[in-house]
Every structure is written in C-alpha cells, then in structure tokens.
Ligand binder design. Structure first.
Ligand SMILES: Nc1ncnc2c1ncn2[C@@H]1O[C@H](COP(=O)(O)OP(=O)(O)O)[C@@H](O)[C@H]1O
Ligand SMILES: [Mg+2]
Length: 352
C-alpha cells in the first residue's frame, strides 16, 4: 500500500485512469482519507470528480471507502439531496518500474459529479438581514438532505460544513458517506463509536456504547447544530462550549469511558449532564452584528438542535423546520417594515 504523498504522485503521473478519464487536476487534499481530482470523462468530454482512497495502510478506512460507494449507490435516485455517483467503487491499477524492480499498485476510486461551487465552508459571520436569510436558507437545505438520508435509514455520522457541497448559492447536497451507518428503527441498539470529525461529534457518541436508533440519528442533528452555529458565528461550536476546547471536550468523553464499565456509562454520563447542565453558548455574544429581532428565535433553534444533552435535543425535523421558518419570517418581516418606512420617508422628502 502506498502512502498518501506517493498515491498522489502516481495519480498525477498517470496520463489517464483506466482509459476512461484523463486531464487530472488535484482539487482537494482536505479529506483525511482521500484525495480528490477533477478529470475529463473521455466518453462524454465532461468534467467529473475522481475521489481516490489515500490512507496509508488503514484497512478499516478502505472498507469505509467501499461502504461510501454502496451507500451512494442506494441513494442514486435522489440527485437533489446527495452528490451523484457516476462510477461505483473501482480500482486503478498502475505498474511502476525502476531498475529491475516492478511494483503494481491498486488504488480504489469512485467517480462523482463535479460540484463546481465547492464545499460549504463559509468562514465569515453574517451581519445584514440579507446575509442572515441566506444562511438560514443554507441551513434549511442541509437539514432537508440529512432528513432524506435518515428517511432512507442512513445516518451520516460526519455531518459538517465541508461535507456539504453547494448546488446553488443557497442549496447544498450531502457528500462523503464514508462514516455512514445503515439503521433500522425496528432493530435493537447500534454500537456507534465516534467516526467523523470530533469537532462536530455529539458528546454522547464519545461514550462508545450501543444506542437506540433515534439517538444515533440525534448524532447527526447535533452536528447540524454545529453547522448552524458556524453559519452564524464563523466559528466552531466546540471552541465555545462548556467544555472549553476540543481537548477538554474529548477528555469529558474519555474520562467516562476509562473510569466506567460500558453498562454503567450511560447512567454516569446522565448524572454528569444533569449536574453540570451544559448550555449551548449564545450566538449574540459571539456575533453581536446580526439583526436584533433574530437572536431569540435563532437561539431557540440552536438550543433545540445543538443541545449537549441528547435527552433534550430536538429529534423531529418538522419541528426544526418550523423553528427555522420562524427565524426566516421575523427577518423578512423586519426587512419589509424597514423598506416601507424608507419609502414613506423618501416620499415625504420629495413632496413639497
Ligand atoms: N463531487 C465533488 N465536487 C466538488 N468537490 C468535491 C467533491 N467531492 C469532494 N470534493 C472536495 O473534496 C473534499 C474532500 O472530499 P470528501 O468526500 O469529504 O472526502 P474525505 O472522506 O476525505 O473527507 C471536500 O470537502 C470537497 O472540498
Ligand atoms: Mg469530508
């Protein structure tokens, strides 16, 4: 198995991939277990994305890469909400020779539609009414995609801004299903160890114990809460949580895991949560420049989706959409009122 840098060198040095794709350009090395290229599909001439597996000697990650292809195949009929899979899990084989030595390398890859607008990493904090409405529209689109996945029995487990790709200015598709798990609410508990980016991981996922299906779905809802927080502050929620920073946040889980037997963990954790009552931080203190009318509604929405305590976290997408709609309404109503006042003032100035 090649290391990451060598995998990229081999791919860049290849004129084509299995006679099907050529003109490769490196798009992203952002992911921890893959490298992503834009390439031309020779048969159609269109540009597509090739995502290659690039995680040095990590067999469980290779299985996850295969799983991503299977999950995307099962979601292929919904091209509105999920990135479109063009070619399922395949192998690019390359023979390298140097002196008397020849080496054959096999690099797994998938082909995906190219989402030219890229990932949803919006760094800055919004200020105006228009910007706030734009962020709410993006958040609504994120929720719809995750809701669709849950509806199909798929919990993503790595929901974060960079795993949503912009479809239009305010709508996104969900991508990167390498950590996804297929669940069935009629079956028993799921053992779901933390998989994705820890900054967006629900605190209860750190306990490493089996959970009922609805609680595992709640992991994604917490991560959506992290996305909401980031969309409105430009900063990660974990950096502002009661746990202080990522180190303390992870230790909070690790301490319970190392000091408690699995069958007791949930009880100990619930007691800690009950005692400490960890609060979601206020968006107003971090970004005081949003329209004032939005804060109470936005904080209610954030509190519902990003609640640190899984027992109080909102689980109904209908309710999440309702809360988000209320946010949209207060902002757009205030905009209308401001416009009317502005027009009246302008008229008064014109009339002698
Ligand atoms: N279909 C695509 N279109 C455009 N950019 C993409 C596409 N797929 C992936 N990317 C880019 O590559 C990055 C890593 O891809 P991702 O699927 O998240 O892989 P990883 O599992 O390594 O995180 C994404 O954050 C995005 O910037
Ligand atoms: Mg990713």
């Amino acid at each position: 198995m090649l290391d990451r840098a060598s995998t990229i060198t081999v791919i860049q040095g290849a004129g084509h991939i299995n006679d099907a794709y050529d003109q490769l350009r490196l798009l992203s090395m952002e992911g921890s277990f893959s490298c992503v290229f834009v390439a031309r599909e020779i048969s159609t001439g269109r540009d597509i994305v090739l995502k290659f597996f690039a995680a040095d000697g990590q067999p469980e990650r290779e299985l996850a890469f295969e799983r991503e292809s299977r999950v995307l195949t099962s979601l292929a009929d919904d091209t509105d909400h999920f990135v479109n899979l063009l070619q399922p899990h395949s192998i690019f084989t390359k023979t390298l020779s140097g002196g008397n030595v020849t080496l054959t390398v096999n690099i797994p890859f998938v082909a995906l539609e190219w989402m030219k607008r890229g990932p949803c990493n919006i760094g800055n904090a919004p200020q105006s009414h228009v910007e706030a409405l734009h962020r709410l529209a993006i958040f609504g689109s994120m929720c719809r995609a995750v809701r669709r996945a849950h509806h199909r029995g798929i919990v993503h487990r790595d929901v974060k801004p960079s795993n949503f790709l912009f479809k239009s200015r305010s709508t996104v598709k969900l991508a990167d299903f390498g950590s996804a798990v297929i669940v069935d609410s009629t079956r028993g508990n799921y053992h779901s160890p933390p998989r994705g980016d820890l900054r967006y991981t629900a605190p209860e996922a750190l306990l490493d114990i089996p959970w009922a299906c609805d609680i595992v779905c709640g992991f994604d809802i917490y991560s959506l809460g992290c996305c909401l927080f980031e969309l409105f502050t430009g900063q990660t929620l974990v950096a502002h949580s009661v746990f202080g920073d990522l180190r303390r946040f992870v230790r909070f889980g690790t301490d319970i895991v190392t000091t408690t037997r699995p069958d007791q963990r949930r009880k100990v954790y619930d007691t800690v949560l009950g005692r400490e009552d960890p609060r979601v931080p206020s968006i107003r203190t971090i970004n005081p420049d949003l329209p004032k009318c939005l804060y109470p509604r936005l904080e209610t929405l954030l509190h519902a989706v990003a609640h640190f305590d899984y027992r109080y976290r909102e689980r109904s997408f209908d309710q999440i959409h309702r809360l988000a709609q209320i946010c949209q309404l207060v902002v757009s109503n205030e905009m209308k009122t401001q416009r009317r006042t502005h027009t009246r003032r302008a008229r008064r100035q014109v009339t002698p």
